[in-house]
Structure formats: structure tokens, C-alpha cells
Design a protein around this ligand. Structure first.
Ligand SMILES: NC(=O)c1ccc[n+]([C@@H]2O[C@H](COP(=O)([O-])OP(=O)(O)OC[C@H]3O[C@@H](n4cnc5c(N)ncnc54)[C@H](OP(=O)(O)O)[C@@H]3O)[C@@H](O)[C@H]2O)c1
Length: 265
């Protein structure tokens, strides 16, 4: 059974114009699902929509909004005008890299809104509709940064921990309802957002940087089978060592030291 047969006709990808979000959208279009694509910049979003419509003969609708706005859900609902969502991918995120105290309280709050509050509200709204229908799927993007304290990524890491725990909890609550939930935990992935941070190489033991398509492909293989997963063998191995072998204090120190080195802080 493919994704369309299992979950329904329409997928919504929040944060879809590039990187991992675009890879999710492409993979969903390839399986024949119509798309609702959300991001702030309409031009790259529309280019992706046009490409997917002509290549896969699906329908793609673009919604250009700022998902960190407190009225994001109302704007999405207005644009949808009653259309049903069968599969939701929440991918958009804001990550400030640097000392906690150097970023403003407003910027920290914006990250919390975009990375936590908007996906929470979307899962509440569209999850309930999926439960009523008895089928659907929710994919929430999270990060290895959320597995332990991550100095210089503090607020981003904390929001990603929230998302993983939320997804895993709902996977349990909804596992017999026909609605699958998964937290997709990515490590370094070669997206425009990641490349724009200009990270330094931190050593030959660092896991390989994945391509966005690898993350999306692995996610759809694991959806419905487990509450969360870590994309890529190298990331899984690194995470095993950090979480199961090293004491917590050492894991937090390695994470902070690595970020400091990567970003010359
Ligand atoms: N790349 C990595 O190395 C990595 C590692 C671990 C976890 N992740 C997670 O994977 C996800 C995707 O990462 P990525 O690197 O692909 O991100 P990205 O390249 O920065 O792309 C993010 C997407 O979200 C949209 N977006 C960002 N802010 C938005 C806002 N306020 N409102 C609406 N749309 C917004 C962007 O389009 P617009 O700019 O046009 O809005 C873009 O389409 C994130 O949740 C991230 O935390 C990534």
C-alpha cells in the first residue's frame, strides 16, 4: 500500500520551499498525493509546485505565510477553505546559533512560536480531523540537538526536544486509531539553511552530512512502524554513543564543544 492508499489524497508540508521540506513534498507528489505547500517566499514555493504538478500530474496549492505569526492557523484555515488534510509534515524551524544571552527575548520567542506552538496547534487541529476519519499521518521534524543540552543552540534544542516528546506521546495515544505519528530526527543535512551557516568540519569521526532526499525517504519507510527515528546510520551510531555510553555531562560537553568549534564561537 502506498502513502496515498494508506492515508488519503492530500498532504500539507509546512516549510516546503527548499531543503528537507521540498524533499518531503517531492516524495509525496511521486506517490500521487495532492499538495498544500507553505512557506514565506512565494516564488520558490510556486516554482516547486509547478515542477511537481507537471512531473507527477498532481495538484499543488501554495500558501505564503509566516508560520511564526500567532494567527498562522487562522490564515491556513482560510486558505484551505474546508479542504481535508490526510498527511501533515511540519518542517519549518528557526535556529539561532550563538550565546543565549546575545539573542533577544523576542527572537527566542519567535523560535518557540515557529518550532513549538504553531506545530502544536496544527497537530491539535488536523490530528483531531484525522482521528474522526480514522486515518492520517503526522510527521514532525526534530533534531539530534534535542537529545541533550546543546550549548549555543539552547532554545532551538529545547524546542526540538519538545517536538520529539510530543510526537512519541501521540504515536502511543493514537496507535490504534489509524493515525500514524513520527518524529523525524535529523543530523546535519545538506539544505540551503544548513549550508548558509557555513559550518567548519569538526573531525573525521563526524557523521556524514545527509542529502534531504535521504531523510525524507527514510522517514516514510519508518512512518507507522516506530514513534521516532534518527536519519542515517552514522547519526544513529553517534547518538547511541552519546546517549547510552557517555555520561550525560559528557554528552552535553561534547555537543557544546562541537557547536563552538563548528561555528568558531
Ligand atoms: N539541515 C539540517 O542540518 C538539519 C539538522 C537537524 C534538523 N533539521 C530540521 O529539519 C527541518 C528543515 O531544515 P532545513 O535545513 O531543510 O531548513 P531550511 O533549509 O531553513 O528550510 C526551511 C523551510 O521552512 C520555511 N520556513 C522557514 N521559516 C518559516 C516561517 N517563519 N514561516 C513559514 N515558512 C518558513 C522555509 O521557506 P521560507 O524561507 O520561504 O519561509 C523553507 O522552505 C527543520 O525543522 C530543522 O530543525 C535540519
Amino acid at each position: 500500500m502506498n502513502l496515498k492508499q494508506k492515508y488519503g489524497n492530500t498532504a500539507m508540508v509546512a516549510g516546503a520551499s527548499e531543503g528537507i521540506g521540498a524533499a518531503f513534498a517531492t516524495r509525496l507528489a511521486a506517490e500521487g498525493l495532492d499538495l498544500i505547500l507553505i512557506a514565506r517566499r512565494l516564488k520558490p514555493l510556486q516554482q516547486l509546485a509547478d515542477l511537481l504538478e507537471s512531473k507527477y500530474k498532481v495538484k499543488a496549492m501554495c500558501i505564503s505565510i509566516d508560520l511564526s505569526g500567532t494567527d498562522a492557523i487562522q490564515q491556513i484555515e482560510k486558505a484551505l477553505n474546508g479542504r481535508e488534510i490526510s498527511l501533515l509534515v511540519y518542517n519549518a524551524a528557526l535556529s539561532y546559533i550563538g550565546p543565549f544571552i546575545k539573542n533577544s527575548a523576542e527572537n527566542h520567542s519567535q523560535a518557540v512560536q515557529l518550532n513549538m506552538i504553531t506545530p502544536l496547534k496544527m497537530v491539535r487541529l488536523y490530528g483531531e480531523k484525522m482521528l474522526e476519519k480514522g486515518k492520517g499521518a503526522v510527521v514532525l521534524m526534530t533534531s539530534l540537538a534535542g537529545f541533550q543540552g546543546s550549548g549555543y543552540l539552547s532554545v532551538y534544542a529545547a524546542t526540538k526536544a519538545f517536538i520529539r516528546i510530543l510526537a512519541e506521546s501521540l504515536w502511543y495515544e493514537w496507535k490504534n486509531s489509524g493515525v500514524d505519528v513520527i518524529a523525524c530526527c535529523a543530523g546535519a543535512t545538506a539544505t540551503p539553511g544548513y549550508k548558509n551557516t557555513h559550518p567548519e568540519k569538526t573531525g573525521f569521526l563526524t557523521p556524514r552530512v545527509l542529502e534531504p532526499e535521504e531523510v525524507a525517504d527514510e522517514c516514510f519507510k519508518k512512518l507507522g512502524k516506530q514513534p521516532s527515528f534518527i536519519a542515517g546510520t552514522g547519526n544513529r551510531l553517534a547518538s547511541f554513543v552519546m546517549q547510552k555510553i557517555f555520561p550525560r555531562k559528557m554528552a552535553v560537553k561534547i555537543m557544546g564543544d562541537t557547536t563552538k568549534k563548528m561555528y568558531r564561537l
